[in-house]
Design a protein around this ligand. Structure first.
Ligand code: PRP
Length: 285
């Protein structure tokens, strides 16, 4: 029987949420400290804890079959690697930043300038599309320090909260692309491993759908039920059940987290009472 080898970041911004996702899809791993590899107890999966930057090559070579990795790393190093699923965490953007004091007007201001980055391919491709040539300084960490020590005129790095740029007196001037954690797949995958991956992907979809939704229960007088149903999306249509008290109903539905507060306001205005909101662990559609 085949085993699917999944790479996750050994340490860093994706690690904790990657492990949490595996746990949420029912994959239990004995995760010893400093372990580089662990087998799942209840599913044909082995987890490899690897350095972020090494994962694309391992995927290309088929050393691992799938990975939870930042899209930014794949775009930089992962030609030919498919994304099976966007995972909705570790959102960031790959940006150009310059010193706050620079009078930046457009990308043309960087023509012939020095740019420090850990993303040379990304930067080169972007500058090519803009018809700009710059001198790239490849640095593997603490890129934001480069302008302050006179090594570069600008940087390209990932930005999440923006606090690292702020602390280093830099300002974001161009966004190259947005990124988030993804499930990436090796181009070398046999049918048995593909079948395991399909099961994992199905579970991930159910967890992600649950994470982005809330289960809502509320009470309403019967004459308000239709008006309330009209503002509730529901999976098929809302559930309506009679309450013990005559003339009243209980309505159950699912609301997307994004539109949640707007819908709640609307429900109250339409006569809903005793509104309960519960998290959804998984949604199997
Ligand atoms: C990344 C990136 C920035 C920082 C941006 O580093 O290189 O330094 O995060 O995040 P912020 O906008 O929330 O401040 P990370 O912490 O992932 O470690 P790294 O330097 O090893 O890449």
């Amino acid at each position: 029987m085949s085993t699917l080898r999944i790479a996750v970041q050994k340490s860093g911004r994706l690690h904790d949420e990657s492990m949490e996702l595996l746990k949420d899809i029912g994959i239990s791993i004995d995760n010893g400290i400093d372990q580089l590899k662990a087998s799942a107890r209840n599913f044909p999966v082995e987890v490899f804890y690897l350095r972020n930057g090494d994962i694309p090559q391992y995927l290309k070579d088929g050393v691992v079959d799938a990975a939870i990795i930042g899209e930014n790393v794949l775009i930089e190093k992962g030609n030919g690697i498919n994304i099976a699923e966007k995972l909705g965490f570790s959102s960031c953007r790959v940006c150009i930043a310059v010193p706050k004091t620079m009078d930046y007007k457009s990308i043309k201001d960087l023509d012939g300038k020095r740019i420090a980055t850990s993303y040379p391919n990304t930067v080169k491709n972007y500058l090519d599309t803009q018809g700009i040539t710059a001198n790239l300084h490849i640095i593997n960490g603490s890129v934001e320090i480069a302008p302050n020590i006179g090594l570069a005129d600008a940087i390209v790095d990932i930005v999440s909260s923006g606090s690292t740029l702020f602390k280093n007196n830099l300002k974001e001037v161009e966004m190259i692309f947005k990124s988030e954690a993804v499930l990436a797949v090796s181009p070398i995958l046999d049918a048995e491993k593909q079948a395991i991956l399909d099961k994992i992907q199905f579970r991930i979809k159910s967890v992600l759908k649950g994470r982005e939704s809330k289960y809502v229960l509320l009470n309403a007088p019967n004459d308000k039920v239709q008006a309330i149903i009209d503002v509730l999306p529901g999976m098929k249509s809302p559930t309506v059940l009679p309450l013990a008290e005559a003339g009243w109903s209980s309505i159950h539905s699912v609301i997307s987290k994004n539109e949640f507060w707007d819908v709640i306001d609307d429900l109250k205005a339409k006569g809903a009472q005793g509104i309960l909101v519960c998290p959804i662990e998984k949604m199997v559609l």
